[in-house]
Write a protein that binds this ligand. Structure first.
Ligand SMILES: [Zn+2]
Ligand SMILES: [Zn+2]
Length: 295
């Protein structure tokens, strides 16, 4: 997904102990149990992310040694900042994404007041090669989003309904992030082929859930996953993103948990409720399997 929300670090990315009954098992036991449900990655073929990118993976030990960003007493909220003129359905998509991220990272997630597209001056807009107006992603990230980042934020993601471009040479970009600064901006413009409707809502929502949890996962120090099917797998195209899954594999869950210290059982049960309420049957099935192995 590096390509989707292409990168910067100055790289731009053109993009518990689980209480079971009266006793507790340790973290290792939890992750070992759910590891049985990790799904092997298929052999990569031409066009796939892993076919053209030599990823080396990241063990739990390597993750801890990388000094990943962690919530502190004073900075522990995730913020979403809508930029644009949204339809009711698009606002519902953002609110559902907020609910998902709050469960996924087990950190309070807040949507800030939206601002309209006029925050982007004429010099940071253009009519792109496909003859529609686009906004300069770097301006949004470095000027609009960076300024809006509250003091108690650990990460902030701008969400725009307009198409984005990262620089004059590029046709478009799905989003842009600066992981070390905890900043990201993402467009929902290309997440569906036609204007958002009840018919394509779920597809667009699942894509936004994958992209936003993947990118914020990077902000928390997770590298691309090469161990199993996982939302932290790199993807080269929307087609590959569509084949990827929302579940974090056991290895990536253990890494995230080592930083964020959430209750695995609480997170799992809340995700299950989320997938039930949104009718995401495949994701629900996978997490029900996790619940059955940790019981
Ligand atoms: Zn990525
Ligand atoms: Zn993983």
């Amino acid at each position: 997904m590096k390509q989707l929300l292409n990168i910067t670090v100055k790289f731009y990315f053109i993009f518990q102990i689980i209480a079971l009954g009266s006793c507790s098992t340790n973290h290792d036991s939890y992750f070992n149990k759910i590891a049985k449900n990790d799904i092997d990655l298929p052999k990569s073929k031409s066009g796939d992310w892993l076919f053209s990118h030599k990823e080396i993976g990241q063990s739990l030990m390597q993750f801890k040694k990388s000094n990943p960003l962690k919530p502190t007493e004073t900075a522990n909220l995730i913020y979403l900042k809508p930029i644009g003129n949204f339809t009711e359905l698009q606002l519902k998509e953002i609110e559902t994404t907020r609910q998902y991220l709050e469960i996924f990272f087990q950190l309070k997630t807040v949507t800030l007041n939206k601002v309209n597209n006029e925050v982007v001056p004429a010099g940071s807009r253009r009519i792109g090669p496909q003859q529609h107006e686009q906004l300069l992603a770097t301006y949004l990230r470095d000027t609009v989003i960076a300024k809006e980042k509250p003091k108690n934020a650990i990460a902030i993601m701008g969400i725009t309904e307009m198409d984005l471009y990262p620089n004059p040479k590029w046709n478009y970009v799905f989003g842009l992030a600066s992981y070390q600064e905890g900043l990201a901006v993402s467009s929902i413009y290309r997440l569906q082929n036609k204007p958002l409707s009840e018919k394509n809502f779920k597809l667009s929502l699942i894509r936004l859930l994958k992209i936003s949890s993947h990118e914020i996962g990077h902000i928390f120090g997770l590298k691309h996953c090469i161990y199993a099917q996982c939302v932290m797998n790199g993807t080269n195209s929307m087609l590959e993103t569509d084949k990827s899954i929302l579940r974090l594999c056991s290895n990536c869950q253990s890494k995230l948990n080592s930083s964020l210290k959430f209750s695995n059982e609480k997170r799992l049960k809340e995700l299950i409720c989320f997938f039930k309420s949104t009718g995401m049957k495949n994701d629900l099935m996978m997490l029900n399997s996790d619940l059955s192995v940790v019981k």
